[in-house]
Design a protein around this ligand. Structure first.
Ligand code: ATP
Length: 201
């Protein structure tokens, strides 16, 4: 079994950007956001349960998850958020395990925004890599990228671990507080470290 790294970080911290740099260097990646997206497409594995528990109101006309409706519900109502997570997380974990069993590179990476919040991946990963970023940049980047307003971004951040809680559980940290070149440099260094560790294991 190859070395498996769990990559996490708060919203807008730079997880996807870091993951792309790792992939360009040859790391194999599993992106749980992409899996969440797949299973909430029309006929996706999560749709029947979403229809049953949340009703048609939370589906689009073609039968996909209505992300906008669901986002405004779950970030204002924690009980609904837990219900949605109870549908999605087990399905995502099964798919991650299936894909991780197919890893062939020296090390693989699973990108999980809520890696430390859900705890469900501990048995699958060997190290935790946290992408850390100050709140100001996190908010500015997410507002610019996702078109969410600051209040919504703060509400999402409130459902996630604090920076300190996340950092306490990190084996490795990338500090994404400067430009992309700085991010890339840190990825290069960690890539070499992971290749070394993979060769030793
Ligand atoms: P999310 O939690 O929303 O999925 P994420 O943690 O995956 O976000 P990214 O998508 O990598 O974060 O980054 C968020 C936005 O910030 C993107 O538009 C990205 O291009 C930009 N960004 C990330 N890092 C930097 C950086 N160091 N300098 C400038 N822009 C950056």
């Amino acid at each position: 079994m190859p070395l498996i790294i769990g990559l996490t970080g708060g919203i807008g911290s730079g997880k996807t950007s870091a993951a792309k740099f790792f992939a360009a260097l040859g790391a194999e990646l599993i992106d749980t956001d992409a899996i969440a997206h797949e299973i909430t497409q029309p006929q996706g594995a999560a749709i029947a349960a979403i229809r049953k528990i949340f009703t048609e109101k939370f589906l689009t006309e073609d039968g996909a998850l209505n992300r906008k409706e669901m986002r405004s519900l779950v970030f204002s109502d924690s009980q609904s958020r837990r219900k949605l997570e109870a549908i999605l997380h087990p399905l995502i974990r099964v798919e991650v395990a299936r894909r991780a069993a197919l890893f062939t590179a020296s090390y693989g990476m699973i990108v999980v925004p809520l890696l430390l919040e859900t705890g469900g991946y501990r048995g699958m990963i060997h190290r935790v890599l946290v992408v850390d970023c100050n709140e100001h940049d996190q908010i500015a980047r997410t507002v610019a990228r996702a078109g969410l307003d600051e209040q919504t971004v703060r509400a999402i951040m409130a459902t996630q671990l604090s920076r300190n809680e996340r950092l306490q559980q990190a084996d490795d940290v990338i500090t994404n507080d400067a430009d992309m070149a700085h991010l890339r440099q840190q990825v290069d260094t960690l890539h070499r470290k992971y290749l070394d560790l993979a060769n030793k294991s």
